[in-house]
Structures are given as C-alpha cells and as structure tokens.
Design a binder for this molecule. Sequence first.
Ligand code: GDP
Length: 352
Amino acid sequence: MKIRSPIVSVLGHVDHGKTTLLDYIRGSTIADKEAGGITQHIGATEIPNDTIEEICGNFISRLTIKDLIPGLFFIDTPGHAAFTSLRKRGGALADLAVLIVDINDGFKPQTFEALNILKMYRTPFIVVANKIDMLFGWETHEGASFKESFEQQAQSVKQDLDTKVYEIVGTLHKEGFQSERFDRVSDFASQISIIPISARSGEGIIEVLAMLLGLAQEYLTEQLEINEDAPAKGTVLEIKEEVGLGLTIDSIIYDGVLRTNDEIALMTSSNEVLTTKIRSILRPLPLEEMRDSKKKFRKFDEVVAAAGIKIAAPNLDDVVSGSPLRVLSDNENVEEEILKEIEDITISTEDE
Ligand code: GDP
C-alpha cells in the first residue's frame, strides 16, 4: 500500500480569486527551487512535501501526515466550463476543497452552488476569506502568515475583519455548517475553519497549506491508500485536439497504475461505454526543457496515482468530459461499474 497526495480543488464565485490563489501557490513554490519546487501535471500542480515543510515550518511540525503523503495535488482548472460539468458529475474527485469567498463581497450564487456540491459529496473543506489587503487601512506584509500580519494591524482594521468573518460564519450557519476563524476553532471535527488571506500578497497562504494537511490527517489517511498494482481509476477533465497527436483526453488518475497499451473504458455523450487502447501517456515537459524544444510533452510507460496526464488513443470523438476512466481487467466487470457510476451521478445530480 502506498499513500497518494490528497487531491484538492479550489471552488468559489467568479472573480473571488481562485486563479490568483493557485498562481500564488505555484509562483511561491517555483521560486523556492532548493526545496524542490512543484511538479507540473496535466490539469494539476503538485506541491511536494519538502516544499510544504519549507513554507510552513512550525505550523505543521506536529502533523505526522507530512511524513506519509507525497504532497498536495491541486487541480488547476477552476471555473472552466468542463470543470463545472465535472463538478456535477464527479464532485467526489477532490478529497479536499478550498471554498474561496471575497471577504468584501460575501457569498454569491456560485459560492452557494459550490457549497452544495461539497455538502452532497461530504468533501472536507476550508473556507478562505480572500482579499484582506482590500480592507480599509490594511497594511500588507507580503508572504506573511495571517497570524503575523494580523497582529500588526490597527485595532479598527482587526475589528472590520472580524465583522466580515462573522458575516461568513452567519451565512454558513444558515447553510447548516458551524464555523469559526481558524485560530479560534476548538473542535475541528464539527467546525469549519475560515482563514482570512490575500491571494495577491500571499498573506495567510501558510495557514491554508497547513490546514489542508491537518484536514488530510484528520479525515483521509485510509481514503488515500492506493494499490500501486491495481488497474487505474480516473476522471476525464477535457477532450483536446493536439497537433501531431490527434484527439487526446486530459485526465486525473486517482487510484492504481496506468500503462501504455492498457485497454480503458470511458463514457460517451450518449451515456454508452466506449473502450479504446492507450497509445501514449504524456506529461508536460519541465519548463526549462520546454524552452529548448518544440515538444510540449514527455512520454511515460506508466504512471501511478495521483497523476494528471494526457492520453493519446484512437476513437475518442464521443468521450464526454467528466467521464469516469477505468482500465479493463480480467477479474472485474468494468463496463457494469462505469454504467453504475454514471447512474449514481445522474441520481445525485437530480437530487440537487
Ligand atoms: P477567479 O475568477 O476566481 O479565478 O478570480 P481571479 O483570481 O481571476 O481574481 C479576480 C480579480 O481579483 C483579479 O483582478 C485578481 O487580481 C483580483 N484578486 C484576486 N485575489 C486578490 C487579493 O487577494 N487581493 C486583491 N487586491 N485582488 C485580488
């Protein structure tokens, strides 16, 4: 048994800062070359453990999970059209979520929509109250922890922040969730943590990463166990035409192993199961190599979960984004499993 990285998705209303948050996490870790930086996947970014330790230091020293999981695996495509349908179809893809709310704007339709999806799939999540740098009188401390920056703010600014955090607490309460500013949470099992951040200045990001590790430790250790020899399971993010490759599918693999020449089963837009044979498995070339080469991808004979990959294979025309992906194996009825999964999805979508 191996423990894979928890898959994290960032959800929230348009313009509340999903992209900026992911960019900050990517940027600050790329700059941190000595600690190992990040690993680029198709449709995802993985922050290795040593990088998280470098950034979070004392904040995670008591968490034993940091020695077990390889890192945190962030899905890159918030708000993407395919991802919106994916959220409806396979919201359970993410093990953990970050629900982002503009602290000055509060909950908006897509924030509620995202919250309902998290509710439906019982996904553990944190709430980040973003754009604290826009609070009147806020003094920015680039890259600082929330705690450190907050202590240096004027009294009126602190009060303003707390008033706005309590508006979020009130809204979450109406939606059936107990919540509290993260540093006042007494029981992590029953209360959702709200972390005030600025995705632009990076204030509070330390606590976001530390809290995600804490949630993983609390809820996920069993769920993250994977069998490295088992046939792969994944979800299709997107179907894409690539020069020289034809139609390809971008997919997140969350369990097992996937190999070139594996037969896989996928779902079509008319809810039928299609099978095809993998011609190649591709990952992005590291940035340094991409500069000297016309190629964008590197081929792999096999990948183990968690992985974000591009698959080249024949007959992909009718595959639908959000489709389950399964490797066909002798001892399982994969087709039935996929149809069952589609059925489950349809039912839970109708339940909304
Ligand atoms: P998305 O639609 O949720 O991905 O939102 P974006 O990340 O694209 O952000 C929307 C706008 O808000 C952009 O102009 C960002 O620069 C800005 N923004 C995001 N986070 C912050 C923040 O923490 N502080 C400030 N001042 N602006 C932010």
